[in-house]
Each structure stands twice: as structure tokens, then as C-alpha cells.
Ligand binder design. Structure first.
Ligand SMILES: [Fe+2]
Length: 228
């Protein structure tokens, strides 16, 4: 009796141990779960006054806009380009880009009729929406740098994609020939949406700059695992 009982326990324990081993082997042989990006906040991260783009947002947004700064007595500027999906090749239609910038004195200037909520953006602001080919164009005036500072002249762009709930900012548009755009300032740029440095070409009385935008590029919390 005793040896048989011992043998039974031995067999039973052997079966349990064997079963555990099998499970461990199965677990270790299972493929690793595919790494996927998990959002930890709004797309693009914190964005102060990120809803300002909604103030005065037109119902119909054309792909080409002429800013209220166009009439200023400064250097006229055309910024144009294509908005691409993350692959950098497929045009992205229907993407809204909000922009605002200082006047030629470097001030976010107020103007009668400007919504009080958005005074800090100044009156030189507007929107474009990429067309079926992803194209957009903004006619405006070259902004001046903030008076008395070493901050380069710039234009603030923000992107609102159809399938993303919030707007997010991309790299400011700055000017390659701006002496304030030092190597140190260049190195601090995040290249959100691609490089924001504009190389302008003079065409008669107009400066023309091409600025393509790649959605999701260097944008935190972008909903894909393929960020660069
Ligand atoms: Fe600014």
C-alpha cells in the first residue's frame, strides 16, 4: 500500500510539474506583442491656447488665404506647399492650418473688430485648408522680430487634422536669411512637421517660400507607432 501511494503522488506531481513546464514553454514561444504607441496625452503635447484657432474659424476654409497683413507696407510674402501624410509622399487633403504672426514692427497688433479673446495673437491671422492635392498657400507680409529681443521673426502655424480631436502646433516658420536665426537657435528647433526654416526666392515684389508639412513628424502622442 505505502509504496503504491508514494508512486501515485510522484506521478501526480510529475504531471503537474510537466504541465507547468509546457505552459512556460508555450509562453516563451509566443510572439512578443507588437509594440504600439500609447497616447499619454493630447496629440502634440501641451499647447497653450490651442483652441484659439476656433475663434473666428470660417465655415468654408479655402486652400489659399490672403492675410489681413497683406496691406501692410512691408515685404510681401507667399508661403506655399503640400501637406503630406506621415509617409511623406501621400498628399493629405482637408487639413486645416491656422497661422498668426506679428506685424512689420514685431507686434501682435490689435485692430478694431478683433475678438477680445484672441488679442494676444493679433489681427494678422488666418486659416487655410489643404485641397485635394494637399496644397495650400498663404499670402501675407513678412513679420518683424519682437522689438528689442534676439528672437527671430516668425509665423506661428497650428495644424488641425480631420481625424484628430485637438489642434497641435508645428515648427514656427522662420527665415533662413534672418541674422537672428543663429546656429544655436537652429539647433533648438524641433522640426515638428518638418523643418520650419523658409528659404525665400524673390519674384518681382514678392518673396516666395515653399514649406511642405509632414503630418505626425516629431509630434508627440501622434496616433501611430511609426513616428520618427
Ligand atoms: Fe510669437
Amino acid at each position: 500500500m505505502y509504496p503504491i501511494k508514494t508512486l501515485t503522488w510522484f506521478l501526480l506531481l510529475s504531471m503537474i510539474f510537466s504541465s507547468c513546464q509546457d505552459q512556460q514553454q508555450v509562453a516563451s514561444q509566443s510572439p512578443e506583442p507588437t509594440p504600439s504607441f500609447r497616447s499619454t496625452g493630447p496629440v502634440g503635447g501641451p499647447f497653450e491656447n490651442g483652441d484659439f484657432y476656433l475663434i473666428g474659424l470660417p465655415e468654408h476654409i479655402p486652400p489659399v488665404d490672403t492675410s489681413p497683413g497683406w496691406d501692410q507696407p512691408g515685404q510681401r510674402l507667399l508661403i506655399q506647399g503640400t501637406i503630406y501624410h506621415q509617409d511623406g509622399q501621400t498628399p493629405a487633403p482637408g487639413v486645416v492650418m491656422y497661422y498668426y504672426h506679428t506685424d512689420i514692427q514685431g507686434v501682435y497688433a490689435n485692430r478694431e473688430g478683433l475678438d477680445p479673446q484672441v488679442v494676444r495673437h493679433g489681427y494678422i491671422r488666418g486659416w487655410v485648408q489643404s485641397d485635394d492635392n494637399g496644397h495650400y498657400a498663404i499670402y501675407t507680409v513678412c513679420p518683424g522680430p519682437y522689438p528689442g529681443t534676439d528672437f527671430p521673426a516668425h509665423i506661428h502655424p497650428a495644424i488641425k487634422e480631420p481625424d484628430i480631436e485637438n489642434a497641435y502646433y508645428i515648427d514656427e516658420f522662420v527665415f533662413d536669411d534672418d541674422p537672428l536665426l543663429t546656429p544655436e537657435k537652429r539647433s533648438e528647433m524641433e522640426n515638428r512637421g518638418g523643418s520650419g526654416i523658409l528659404t525665400c526666392i524673390q519674384r518681382e515684389d514678392l518673396l516666395v517660400a515653399d514649406r511642405d508639412i509632414i503630418l505626425g513628424r516629431n509630434i508627440p502622442n501622434y496616433p501611430t507607432s511609426a513616428r520618427d
